[in-house]
Design a protein. Structure first.
Length: 388
């Protein structure tokens, strides 16, 4: 999906662009700069960042977490995945993994596209209830935004798993009683790693716009704060401001990015918190004719964005985890709940940093989980479930 716009008279177009740019300047001006005093000297900070970047570029070590269990107890049961938006490539992988994993034990995975709308997400939960789902996974939606639907799921005796609404660790205290488990990767890790890359890549002289999605704060706030705090620590000479882009506005980013760059010619890095934003922001860099001076760094390592990295097309670095593997990890958590087994506190997803230094060794035509050196994770999960 690409963003298009009708062209009218030149004067009208210029006025509209100026208005958009002014709005972006307000958003940027309202944010705090990270160029404050750092705990490290400039030289020490950049040295530390470069050392960390080398470490993060190595493939992580992975093994399926948790004890083996009899997943055949979930045979014939249905797992619904109500997604924030199935237009996001990452979310498509989550559903694919759930469906593939469930199928191996005779269960069924069903997807529902929430289309970035809490009302639509609630409708998906209610539809799952009417379909007598055995487990409902809710991906990306804040629990409070779909609260009444979650209460209805509890009344129907259907356990709910919240997906990707927190960092790994203790469960959030504000989960309603319908929520019996959660599944997630780290959101603070990519933010911290992206800051290290920007500091090292710019040699301590970056001027960054961090694009943050404010309507899903429990995952974007850790990512944003980790980025800003790490940049402050390792790069006292770098500057960073935050631009708010709610999820429903992602498809406007081609125009907004171009206007931002024209109004702020000193910007050198754009860091959207998710790849779903890069799909639109990257053409915006081209529209502004800035592909030679502005770099994009982001999170999720989706294939199209990784291809841009390999082609040296604006994207300078990507953080991401094995997306299809994470979909299978979601299936594992859901099957545990469906089989009456205690859910895991951490589904064990490890991430990696991709840059010009290691992208040449990555076969982008291969299944994306191979980029992380994970091996045959499907066989590992089947063995864990007693069906291998």
């Amino acid at each position: 999906m690409m963003v298009g716009s009708s062209r009218q008279k030149v004067g009208t177009t210029r006025l509209a662009a100026a208005a958009v740019a002014a709005g972006l300047l307000v958003a940027l001006g309202a944010a705090a700069s990270s160029g404050a005093t750092s705990g490290l000297s400039p030289a020490a900070g950049i040295a530390a960042a470069k050392k960390l970047v080398k470490q993060y570029q190595k493939p992580p070590r992975w093994a399926p977490p948790g004890k083996p269990f009899d997943a055949s107890k979930a045979k014939g049961k249905s797992i619904w995945y109500v997604s924030l938006s199935l237009s996001i490539p990452f979310e498509q992988y989550m559903l694919q993994g759930i469906q593939e994993g469930a199928k191996t034990v005779g269960a069924k995975g069903v997807g529902f596209d929430g289309k970035f709308s809490a009302a639509e997400g609630s409708r998906g939960i209610e539809q799952a209830i009417r379909a007598k789902a055995d487990v409902i996974m809710v991906g990306g939606f804040e629990p409070a935004l779909v609260g009444p639907a979650l209460k209805d799921a509890e009344k129907a005796g259907i356990p709910v798993i919240m997906a990707n609404v927190q960092d790994p660790g203790p469960p959030r205290k504000d989960y309603p009683s319908a929520v019996k488990a959660f599944a997630t990767h780290s959101f603070s890790w990519p933010g911290r790693v992206e800051a290290d890359f920007v500091a090292a890549d710019s040699n301590g002289k970056a001027n960054v716009v961090f694009m943050s999605t404010s309507d899903i704060p429990n995952i974007t706030t850790p990512l944003k704060n980790a980025f800003l705090n790490e940049l402050k620590r390792v790069c006292p000479g770098c500057k960073a401001k935050v631009m708010d882009v709610p999820s429903a506005q992602w498809n406007t980013l081609q125009t907004k990015t171009a206007s931002l760059i024209r109004a702020n010619p000193d910007v050198t890095y754009i860091v959207p918190d998710f790849d779903g934003m890069v799909i639109f922001a990257l053409p915006g860099v081209h529209s502004a004719g800035a592909q030679g001076r502005v770099k994009i760094v982001s999170f999720n390592a989706t294939p199209s964005v990784m291809k841009a990295l390999k082609n040296k097309d604006v994207v300078a670095a990507e953080t991401g985890g094995p997306n299809l593997l994470q979909g299978w990890a979601f299936a594992d958590q859901a099957l545990r709940v469906a089989a009456g087994v205690k859910p895991l506190p951490d589904i064990g997803i490890e991430d990696r940093l991709f840059t010009a230094d290691n992208i040449g060794s990555i076969d982008l035509s291969a299944q994306e989980s191979t980029w992380y050196g994970e091996g045959d994770f499907k066989a590992a999960y089947k063995k864990l479930w007693g069906v291998g």
